[in-house]
Design a protein around this ligand. Structure first.
Ligand code: AMP
Ligand code: MG
Length: 342
């Protein structure tokens, strides 16, 4: 199969729509990362998404809809606090989990009785969702566990020959996946941190908690995806806390003595230290937004640059950095051990 990359035009939207209603999948841009989209009502299309990505079948998908889509078609009840969050943050990088009406394919939620719904703000995504008019499940358009894609080229690198069409909406500005927020209880609970932060949610509805999975204590995990090693570049990664930059320098020296290709990913303020000792550096940037936007592109760049990537955790914590740290820890995890949301 030939994989075409097309700018978003009335013609390419029509082509995408035809693929979707013939049970196929299309990669679409959003403001967070690119998604691999299929019709949420179509069992075959949903199964195809799991297959093409190699996604574990206990990791549920998010249904994407346009801003005027009637949510009551697919979800059972929307609590008043969720209405407030919708008004404050949608369209935007906030996924909300509701009791499901059971109308979408049962494969979407992997046996959970809830449904995660998102309304992306990216203009191209909105145009596509309006064109098709049905909820589109769209997990990140990367091979499972690989780094999420923030450009059409990233999608092509993972799926050349495996999907018919990538709609090119430019580079994603958000850079990390949406915040996933459980709206089935008395107050919102963050299942996956992202660009809409706990503080932002609490400022609108008063209370917001973060979910910490209690592994091995008999509790069913609420959001299975939080358990996997994920977002990982195809090179060895070594993660150092910002307080341990000296150790990172020592490790860099040790690794280069063994003649390995080594590169360093760190925030801007450490770059000069590593450049002084001749390291290839990937600059994460100097503020929260920059670091979120650049993270995945740099992790992918590292693959072509080194065998070992030394990563320094950003100094600043909280806010958007909770999401950035969550992704970094999973990208640098060594195996499928529970990592929780932090
Ligand atoms: P991705 O599509 O790769 O961005 O991953 C989707 C994320 O949303 C994963 O962390 C899932 O576990 C989470 N998710 C999707 N549906 C649900 C749901 N019904 N309940 C809880 N979490 C969900
Ligand atoms: Mg993903």
């Amino acid at each position: 199969m030939q994989t075409k990359i097309k700018e978003i035009t009335p013609e390419s939207l029509q082509e995408a729509k035809n693929i979707i209603f013939n049970g196929g999948v299309v990669a679409i841009p959003t403001e967070t990362v690119y998604g691999l989209g299929g019709n949420a009502f179509d069992d075959g299309a949903v199964k195809k998404i799991f297959e093409v990505k190699g996604r574990p079948n206990d990791n549920p998908l998010i249904a994407h809809v346009h801003i005027d889509y009637d949510l009551s078609t697919i979800v059972d009840s929307i609590p008043p606090y969720a209405e407030k969050l919708r008004a404050a943050f949608l369209p935007g990088p906030l996924t909300m989990v509701y009791p499901s009406k059971g109308k979408v394919s049962p494969y979407v939620s992997c046996g959970l009785d809830t449904l995660a719904v998102r309304v992306p703000s990216h203009e191209g995504a909105q145009a596509f969702l309006r064109e098709v008019g049905v909820p589109i499940v769209a997990p990140s358009a990367n091979l499972s566990r690989h780094v999420s894609p923030t450009s059409a080229k990233h999608v092509f690198d993972d799926f050349d020959g495996k999907i018919p069409l990538i709609l090119d909406g430019g580079n994603c500005t958000g850079g990390i996946e949406s915040t996933v927020c459980d709206c089935t209880g008395e107050y919102p609970v963050i299942l996956r941190p992202g660009l809409i932060t706990k503080e932002m949610i609490a400022s609108v509805v008063g209370r917001c908690e973060e979910y910490v999975p209690k592994i091995g204590q008999g509790e069913k995990v609420k959001s299975p995806g939080v358990l996997y090693k994920h977002y990982s570049p195809r090179c060895k990664t070594l993660l150092f806390p910002a307080e341990n930059v000296e150790n990172a320098v020592l490790r860099y020296r040790q690794e280069t003595q063994e003649n390995k290709g080594v590169a360093v990913l760190c925030e801007e303020k450490w770059i000069c230290i590593f450049e002084k000792i001749g390291a290839k550096c990937l600059n994460l940037g100097k503020n929260q937004t920059e670091m979120a936007t650049r993270l995945y592109g740099l992790l992918r760049e590292a693959e072509g640059l080194c065998d070992t990537l030394i990563v320094i955790e950003p100094t600043e914590k909280g806010g958007v950095m909770t999401g950035v740290m969550n992704r970094l820890q999973k990208a640098c995890a060594s195996e499928d051990i529970p990592h929780g949301n932090h």
